[in-house]
Design a protein around this ligand. Structure first.
Ligand SMILES: CC(C)(COP(=O)(O)OP(=O)(O)OC[C@H]1O[C@@H](n2cnc3c(N)ncnc32)[C@H](O)[C@@H]1OP(=O)(O)O)[C@@H](O)C(=O)NCCC(=O)NCCS
Length: 174
C-alpha cells in the first residue's frame, strides 16, 4: 500500500479546491478520538472551516502543507509552521499530523513527517517542536522518528469526550 501513496507539498494555489478532502481526514481523526484541538461534537463543516483558516497562511508562506495522496485522494496531512518571531528564524513547528484511520500503520505518518522535516531543513529551519497527547500513536511516532520528549504537562487538553489529558512536548534538531 505505501508504494501506491505519494507524499507531496500541496501548494496554496491547489489547496482551496481540496478543502473537503482535507476536512474529511481531520474529521475522521477526531471521530476516532484523536486529540487534535477539537471535541467529539466536531462537524465536517467545522473541519472545513479549520482548513479554510489555514489558507491565508499558506498564501503568505508562514506555513507549508504536505499531503499523502492515494489515487488522487488525500489520506494524510501535516503542517509545517515557520516561527515568525524575529529571534527564532531557525525554528519551526509541526501540526495536524493526521492519517485516515483506514490508512494507519503503513508508514504514511513517518513519510509525512520526513517530508516536513526535509522542507524545514531546506528552508534553514534547524529546530522543530510539537506537542501531542501523552502515550498516543503520535507520541510513539515522534519517538520512533528520533524526536526528544522534554516534558509532560498533566491535564494540558481535554480528550474528545471531555476528560483532562496530559500532553508531551517534543523537539528535534535537524
Ligand atoms: C499518529 C499517526 C499520524 C501515525 O500515522 P501512521 O501512518 O499510522 O504511522 P506510521 O505507520 O508511519 O508509524 C510510524 C511509527 O510510529 C509508531 N506508531 C505509529 N502508530 C502507532 C501505534 N498506534 N502504536 C504504536 N506505535 C505506533 C511506530 O513506531 C511506527 O513504526 P513501525 O510501524 O515501524 O513500528 C496516526 O495514528 C493518526 O493520524 N492519529 C490521529 C491523529 C493524531 O493523533 N496525530 C498526532 C497529533 S500531534
Amino acid at each position: 500500500m505505501p508504494e501506491t501513496v505519494s507524499i507531496r507539498s500541496l501548494p496554496a494555489s491547489e489547496a482551496p479546491a481540496r478543502l473537503a478532502e482535507l476536512a474529511h481526514v481531520l474529521h475522521d481523526c477526531v471521530e476516532g478520538g484523536a486529540s487534535v484541538n477539537f471535541l467529539a461534537d466536531f462537524t465536517p463543516e467545522q473541519a472545513e472551516g479549520f482548513w479554510r483558516g489555514q489558507m491565508p497562511g499558506l498564501e503568505v508562506g508562514d506555513r507549508a502543507l504536505f499531503v499523502a495522496e492515494e489515487a488522487g485522494r488525500i489520506v494524510g496531512t501535516v503542517i509545517l509552521f515557520f516561527a515568525q518571531q524575529p529571534n527564532q528564524p531557525h525554528r519551526g513547528e509541526i501540526g495536524k499530523m493526521l492519517v485516515l484511520r483506514s490508512h494507519r500503520g503503513r508508514g504514511l505518518g513517518r513519510r509525512l513527517l520526513a517530508a516536513a522535516e526535509d522542507a524545514a531543513r531546506a528552508a534553514g529551519r534547524t529546530l522543530l517542536v510539537l506537542d501531542t497527547a501523552d502515550g498516543s500513536a503520535g507520541d510513539r511516532l515522534y519517538r520512533a522518528c528520533g524526536w526528544t520528549a522534554f516534558g509532560t504537562v498533566p491535564g494540558y487538553a481535554l480528550t474528545t469526550d471531555g476528560r483532562p489529558e496530559a500532553a508531551t512536548f517534543f523537539y528535534k534538531t535537524l
